[in-house]
Design a protein around this ligand. Sequence first.
Ligand SMILES: [Fe+2]
Ligand SMILES: [Fe+2]
Length: 132
Amino acid sequence: MKLLDWKSQYSVGVESVDFEHRQMIDLINELYTELSERRDPDSIEQFLGDIHSAISMHFALEERIMQEAGYEEFSAHKEDHEDLLDQIRNMMDVFADDTEAGFPELGKRLSDWFGAHFSTFDARLHGKLGAH
Ligand SMILES: [Fe+2]
Ligand SMILES: [Fe+2]
């Protein structure tokens, strides 16, 4: 079972970037599949921690590119990254209380965020500075 499907609104308009973003979504789905096989509180905590670090690593890459280029939208872009990382940390608290209810919620939050962020902040960044 997948947590996220690739959607056309995720596209930033640069093929190689979309490819890397698909890989990130594939990784989230892989982690989710692993989790579905062993649904216990420890693995849920591990799953969210792994998602958090995979996404953080990707964001760090983008932030380095922006910083090195003196990109003018760096602060606002980084702020939007921080917002998603905060949401994931908040989800950890939700899961601590109710492990069942959290999954559709997490999938929807990630999907909404990727749809909005990729097509705006990332499309502008990669349109201007190229691939990751
Ligand atoms: Fe990216
Ligand atoms: Fe970004």
